[in-house]
Ligand binder design. Structure first.
Ligand code: GLN
Ligand code: ZN
Length: 766
């Protein structure tokens, strides 16, 4: 058995969910924040969850259990605290827990650290801030304390930390850092801190540590790869230290693989799901690999599908004889998938057969580990059962021939509308909008009552008739409100939507939604991504009645509101048995049906939101053009059938366009609304001539409760007019108003309308 080899890890996983199977940590944390419970209550819940995780993983049969995977908020923040990277503005907060939450959430006079996406996942981390003045030194002893805590419970864990190079590559220069300073400049002192941490961990009984370097799965410069070599040469040279496992995930290591193989670290974890290309690079081997334990990450850690065990075994087998020793693991931490499929009682049996959540993936790892080391016969029954389950999922069950033949029959014209200039002229006459028209992004404040009504409807406490009536009342209210404010293009306010993706997933065929399938998005915030398992189609109209009703209330135009194909994919677990582009086109086709029905119902302006267009951008440059091609195609398929007179809007939730400028242009929307307030319209310079047609750079930030004044808003519009003409400019907030309060929303929109009128008067008289 692998356990007998002290130098090896055995079967393991790279990380595990931590929010609690019933979101216990979320509840405990929010209760602490609200002052309802004290720190010791929070610590008790945390300790309980850690214990459950450690013993649960050990009892499931893993040879080695990862440690330090727990976090009160974010593991990058934990690492910052462990190495003393605390921004000056939080230095005065001495209580460790308070300091952690202050960095995560801000406090008076000390804004929170910036939050951004963890590679191409839907998890968000807090961006560390480092500068020449950062006093790097061992800080919080969290990894050490959790190691001891687990040992007391009888489990020897492998503490996991973000590796030093990735840590710096994810950091940004602290405020006041001199021009030209780069976080990576601090690598040498940071590595010394890690060396100190390693000594402490070794002294406390750690046999292995795991240092995560996922930054090397993205494109890296030769200089950065050289930094990786320096860091691990230095760390490996420490005399008193645990064995080091360097883990990379979300893609292949590429040029970093031979570099790490040549260092003296004892183990490497490879993502063989997203980074299979690393296997092809073994030709016949990589020097140094024959001295290492290599973790074959063959169980997908970030998607919910069952593993094809035979295939995974064959993949791991390719490393045998090449690596010093091969062990089976997940491709990345299981943080990105829900805890346990067994908690789902409402999923159709054939969908259950397709799925494996974190707990099931652990079982897969255990079976694969035994198959690898003891031979497939040792687990013949388990392998046969897995095969039988997979076979029950007939390929035909996931296929909808009607969808496929419709897609096959499409030609280039289905993706193309009339020329933009012509559309603009036709729409000017047909829609009769003023210059610099005012509008919003779609949602209006979601009151407690709306949420309660939705929940009551879901649980059956109120019937569909009552529910529909209440939502209609809300739509009436929101439409009247907008008329009073004087907006030029109205919305229905989206009260019937819990979430812009889940809502569509619940109404399209090919998706399933879970009851308990929560995954951490950031801090205490969790999402329940829908599961896109089969061919997608729209059985019946989704938004049409709501839109039609809203339009019937007013002579002013009301926008129809849809979520685009890329965003639907980005915020779901998506089938991996066909290219993403094929799935996106199916969603595009389903939306095309909806767009067509909205148009037929007399909706003259239809918005298709694509806030996730940039999020899904592949980590490697070489994969980006193909992605952008299918992303654009899917959108254009959704809107390609409408008449010239129907105006298509899209909304993007960010202001850094860089790589996606061409794609935004490619979407060919008549009006594009983007985030711009915080950058003071600078984005327009980026967009430059790249995006013709209408443009609505958000003039105020919806994330702040402050009400922008009319002068400020008029200034923003004036700044925008330096880049684009008044015939193309729209006036709108940065994003949806769902999370805002009613009073501030009314005040802000009233000022927006006044500002637009002022600018409009100037533009038409001057
Ligand atoms: N229409 C959506 C809303 O207003 C858009 C949200 C988003 O961009 N994330 O809520
Ligand atoms: Zn937005």
């Amino acid at each position: 058995m692998s356990m007998s080899s002290t130098s090896s890890i055995g079967t393991t996983v790279l990380g595990y969910p931590r929010i609690g199977p019933g979101r216990e940590l979320k509840r405990a944390t929010e209760s602490y924040w609200a002052g309802r419970t004290d720190a010791s209550a929070l610590h008790d819940v945390a300790a309980g969850l850690r214990r459950e995780t450690w013993t649960g993983l050990r009892d499931a049969g893993l040879d080695q259990v990862p440690g330090n995977t727990f976090s009160f908020y974010d593991h990058v923040l934990d690492t910052a605290l462990a190495v003393g990277a605390v921004p000056e503005r939080f230095a005065g907060v001495t209580d460790p827990l308070e300091r952690l939450f202050a960095m995560a959430r801000g406090r008076t006079g000390a804004p929170a650290c910036e939050m951004t996406k963890w590679f191409d996942t839907n998890y968000h981390y807090l961006v560390p801030e480092v500068g020449p003045g950062t006093r790097l030194a061992p800080g919080s002893r969290k990894a050490l304390e959790e190691l001891r805590e687990a040992l007391r419970g009888g489990v020897t864990t492998r503490p996991v930390l973000v590796g030093p190079v990735t840590f710096l590559l994810l950091s940004k220069p602290a405020e006041g850092a001199p021009e030209g300073f780069r976080p990576l400049d601090l690598l040498a002192p940071l590595v010394e801190v890690y060396r100190d941490l390693l000594v402490e961990l070794a002294d406390a009984g750690a046999e292995w540590v795991q240092l995560d370097e996922p930054a090397f799965s993205a494109d890296r410069t030769p200089e950065e790869v050289a930094a990786l070599r320096r860091a691990y040469d230095r760390l490996a040279s420490a005399t008193r230290r645990p064995k080091i496992l360097v883990a990379s995930y979300f893609g292949e290591l590429g040029p970093a693989l031979p570099v790490l193989a040549a260092t003296a670290v004892e183990g490497l974890a490879l993502d063989l799901v997203a980074g299979g290309a690393d296997l092809d690079a073994l030709d016949p081997t990589v020097p140094g690999l024959d001295r290492k334990v290599v973790l074959a990450g063959v169980v997908d850690g970030r998607n919910v599908w069952r593993t094809d065990l035979d295939r995974a075994l064959a993949t791991a087998g390719r490393l045998v004889g090449v690596a010093g020793r091969v062990e089976v693991s997940t491709s990345c931490s299981l943080l990105h998938v829900p805890y346990d499929l067994a908690a789902e009682t409402g999923l159709p049996a054939d969908v259950v057969d397709m799925l494996a959540f974190a707990r099931q993936k652990v079982d897969e790892v255990v079976v694969l580990g035994r198959a690898l080391h003891e031979g497939p016969d040792a687990v013949a029954a388990e392998l046969a059962a897995a095969r039988a389950t997979r076979d029950r999922v007939a390929v035909t069950a996931r296929r909808d021939e009607k969808v496929r033949s419709r897609l096959d029959a499409l030609g280039p014209d289905h993706y193309r509308r009339g020329p933009g200039e012509r559309r603009a002229t036709v729409q000017r006459d047909a829609l009769g909008l003023p210059v610099v028209p005012t509008t919003t992004i779609g949602s209006f404040p979601q009151t407690g009552q709306i949420r309660r009504d939705r929940a009551a409807h879901r649980s059956g406490a109120i019937d569909t008739g009552t529910y529909t009536e209440r939502m209609r009342q809300e739509i009436v209210r929101v439409v009247r409100l907008q008329e009073t404010i004087g907006l030029d293009v109205l919305v229905h306010g989206e009260p019937e939507r819990n979430d812009m993706v889940q809502y569509f997933a619940e109404n399209l065929d090919g998706f399933a939604t879970t009851e308990h399938g929560w995954v951490q998005s950031y801090g205490s915030r969790c999402v329940r991504p829908p599961i896109l398992h089969s061919d997608v189609s729209r059985p019946r109209p989704i938004t049409v009645e709501w839109a039609e009703f809203a339009q019937s209330l007013s002579d002013t135009l009301v926008k129809g509101m849809l979520t685009g194909p890329v965003t639907i994919l980005a915020w779901s677990f998506v089938r991996d048995d066909q290219p993403l582009g094929d799935t996106a086109r199916q969603v595009g086709l389903a939306l095309r049906d909806e767009v067509g029905d909205l148009e037929a119902a007399g909706i003259r302006i239809i918005q298709v939101d694509e806030p996730a267009l940039r999020e899904l951008l592949p980590l490697h440059e070489r994969d980006r053009p193909a992605y952008l091609d299918w992303a654009v195609d899917a959108f254009r398929l959704a809107v390609g059938a409408v008449a010239d007179a129907t105006q298509i809007h899209t909304h993007l939730c960010y202001s850094e366009f860089g790589e996606v400028v061409g794609a935004i242009d490619g979407l060919d929307a008549d009006v594009t609304t983007v985030e711009a307030a915080r950058s003071r319209m600078e984005v327009l310079a980026d967009l430059g001539p790249g995006v013709p047609r209408g443009l609505g750079p958000g003039v105020y930030d919806v994330h702040s409760p402050e009400v922008p004044g009319t002068d400020e808003l008029a200034d923003q519009l004036g700044a925008a007019l330096r880049h684009i003409g008044p015939d193309r400019l729209w006036a709108n907030p940065d994003c949806g108003l769902k999370t805002r309060g009613e009073a501030e929303t009314v005040a802000a929109l009233t000022n927006l309308v006044a500002a637009a009128r002022r600018v409009r008067d100037r533009a038409t008289t001057g």
